[in-house]
Design a protein around this ligand. Structure first.
Ligand code: ZN
Length: 198
């Protein structure tokens, strides 16, 4: 397999280890990179290093940010008493793109999956419960509509119920098993508007 020498080989190997990049795409990208103007390639490498070194979880909502508190949590105009719970940062981005949601978020970084051995303690649930100590009117559960998302939604709902805080679940305009991040903005907005108390 080593037609090109070590350096291109290891670049291809690193690229191929990324999600969704097969060996053919990795080769195409590697050749593209080595043919780039040097400054461009250096800027790409620097952006990767910089993001990796400086991006961490927001102290409040656990989304990824390079600040202590992310711009959404730091925004006084958002409704901090309404928290939408999502599985990952991509789902947060999908709801932000609708431009319709004015509350804040909580990113779980996963969903409960007995099959994969992911339990409640493996996602940011404890952190969510801690946030609910402050004044919160509503928790909107916007986990995905597959088995894991539903399991997680039910679990969270049961956990929050005793606190008396209103818990809602986004409507299932989203196809069963479908990911929020691949759902169009109109459907996302409709699912939010038609949320029901659980
Ligand atoms: Zn935040």
């Amino acid at each position: 397999m080593d037609y090109y020498g070590e350096k291109i080989g290891s670049l291809i190997e690193e690229l191929a280890s990324l999600p969704g990049i097969g060996i053919k795409s990795a080769q195409r990208l590697a050749f593209h990179i080595v043919n780039m103007p040097k400054e461009k390639a250096h800027a790409l490498a620097a952006a990767i290093t910089d993001a990796r070194d400086n991006v961490h979880y927001c102290r409040e909502c656990y989304t990824l940010t390079d600040r202590d508190i992310c711009p959404i949590c730091a925004n006084d105009k958002r409704n901090h008493r309404q928290i939408m719970v999502v599985e990952n940062v991509r789902d947060l981005a999908a709801y932000e793109k609708t431009g319709e949601y004015e509350g804040v978020y909580h990113v779980l970084h996963g969903a409960i999956s007995p099959m994969l051995g992911i339990g409640p303690e493996d996602i940011k649930l404890k952190e969510l419960m801690q946030r609910l100590q402050s004044e919160v009117d509503e928790v909107i559960i916007a986990t995905n509509s597959g088995l894991e998302g539903e399991t997680t939604a039910m679990y969270i709902s049961r956990l929050i119920k005793p606190t008396g805080i209103k818990v809602t679940r986004i409507a299932s305009g989203i196809p069963v098993g479908g990911d929020l991040e691949n759902t169009d903005e109109v459907t996302l907005k409709r699912a939010l508007d038609a949320r029901t108390e659980i």
